[in-house]
Ligand binder design. Structure first.
Ligand code: SF4
Length: 456
């Protein structure tokens, strides 16, 4: 089922809301949940014997891209990563002592920042430190984010040798004027050369990231980028909408504001993106993600088994995610935990021998039910009432009476179809799944009601 672009409906439903990489979203995390809760939950998790997913955050970059919304440390001066890596090893030690040794890692991801900020030898040692503490499944999905500008042949060789089998490259936009404006110069030829090298080296899956809404972009200019990306033939493509928040990210003030595309132009770009990638044979997964029809993400979505975590869409529902490094977030069965965001606080905690948890969240029974419904909407394009009733022993129509009433407007607008025993997302609703999910978000509802009661 292809996604259909309907400008009027996108405008009608355009409102801020979570991307639901978790439910409840990270904005609900609280500092009342700390490392003591984490230890308790880690120990409990052994009874479930669930496989593990590990996320490692490498927050360093050589240069700042002016659109960047991440928490990063910019430094040409190599060496600052050395004490950080030592602390990440120490953090692994602190966490792994509570886990049964036979729990296999089925998914492992290095994100950033720029993981290829590390030298080949550092990559090797880092990986050895992980393997020392966590057994990796032979079919594990092992992925890394790469910055093509600094990627060397030696690094490509090393990441392959240590075991990575998936890579993700930040392309953003191939237009030289846009690249200059955002301070990220990487010619098409360079990216092509790196992708060819990665393929030659045997990488099975290549993901690329694009961003729309950057300065000087027009539908026509970005169309050239999209066409060149299709020629590069990646397996997955993520096209993020640029969030201009100069008050929160002061470096964005250096972007030429007057050359940012208008909201109307951004919609033209989005329409073109949806059309071009779908016409080229990519499946629209949701939330700006595309994948080839044989890719695991598309297969899992067809089977109704897709899920979301802090890295986006994943085929590994039911694993427990442990986050390592500053800012990283973990997701256990019934709880979320986030590490300190600044290096100073992260370092302090680890140096004191504490697991560096800054905040977290423990799910209620209601959160569990709503998380399942929201994830089914976001990932599997519909909700099967019987499935939810069997999982949680509720009567779906009774439990969600208010939500089903509220959804009627979306049904009238053609976004969804409410049937006797299910809700289906229709082609027009595929670009608005977040809005459908938001109807089931009890935390959002509470905030809205609070705001409403304050204003009247
Ligand atoms: S390389 Fe990535 S993380 Fe680093 S500054 Fe650029 S966008 Fe941000």
């Amino acid at each position: 089922m292809k996604a259909e672009f309907n400008k009027e409906l996108i405008k009608k439903y355009d409102r801020p809301g979570p991307r639901y990489t978790s439910y409840p979203p990270a904005t609900e995390f609280t500092q009342e949940v700390n490392s003591k809760h984490y230890i308790k939950k880690l120990i409990e998790s052994n009874q479930r014997k669930t496989p593990l997913s590990l996320y490692f955050h490498i927050p360093f970059c050589e240069q700042r891209c002016l659109y960047c919304g991440c928490n990063v440390i910019i430094s040409h001066r190599k060496g600052i990563e050395v004490p950080y890596l030592e602390r990440v090893y120490r953090e692994m030690e602190l966490v792994s002592q509570y886990l049964d040794k036979d729990r296999k890692v089925v998914q492992l991801h290095w994100g950033g920042g720029t993981p290829n900020y590390l030298e080949p030898e550092q990559i090797k040692v880092f990986f050895e430190e992980i393997v020392k503490r966590f057994p990796i499944d032979e079919n594990a999905e092992i992925s890394i984010e790469l910055d093509p500008r600094y990627l060397t042949d030696e690094q490509i060789k090393t990441i392959k040798e240590v075991g990575f089998n998936r890579v993700s490259l930040g392309i953003q936009d191939l237009n030289p004027k846009v690249q200059r404006a955002v301070n990220r110069i990487q010619p098409y030829e360079l990216i092509k050369e790196k992708i060819e090298k990665l393929r030659e080296t045997g990488f099975e899956s290549i993901n690329v990231d694009l961003i729309y809404g950057l300065p000087y972009q027009t539908k026509e200019s970005f169309e050239e980028t999209v066409e060149k990306v299709i020629e590069l033939n990646p397996d997955r493509i993520a096209t993020y909408s640029f969030a201009y928040i100069p008050d929160v990210k002061p470096h964005q003030q250096l972007l030429p504001k007057e050359s940012l595309p208008s909201a109307e132009e951004k919609l033209r770009i989005l329409e073109m993106i949806i059309d071009k990638f779908q016409s080229a044979g990519y499946v629209y997964i949701g939330m700006d993600h595309f994948a080839k029809p044989h890719d695991e993400l598309a297969v899992a979505q067809r089977k109704g088994e897709l899920w979301r975590n802090f890295q986006g869409y994943t085929t590994k529902k039911g694993v427990e995610l442990l986050g390592f490094g500053a800012t990283s977030i973990g997701m256990l069965y019934d709880s979320y935990f986030q590490n300190f965001k600044t290096l100073r606080e992260y370092n302090n905690a680890v140096d004191k021998g504490e697991i560096p948890i800054f905040r977290g969240y423990i799910l209620s029974e209601d959160d569990f039910i709503r998380r399942e419904v929201i994830m089914d909407i976001m990932c599997n394009l519909g909700v099967d009432f019987k499935k939810i009733e069997n999982m949680f022993e509720i009567d779906f129509k009774d439990y969600f009476e208010r939500e089903l009433e509220e959804l009627k407007e979306m049904e009238e607008d053609g976004l969804i179809k409410i049937e006797e025993d299910k809700i289906r997302i229709l082609p027009v609703g595929r670009l608005l799944i977040r809005n459908v999910a938001m109807v089931f978000d009890a935390h959002l509802r509470k905030k809205r009601e609070l705001k409403f009661s304050r204003t009247i």
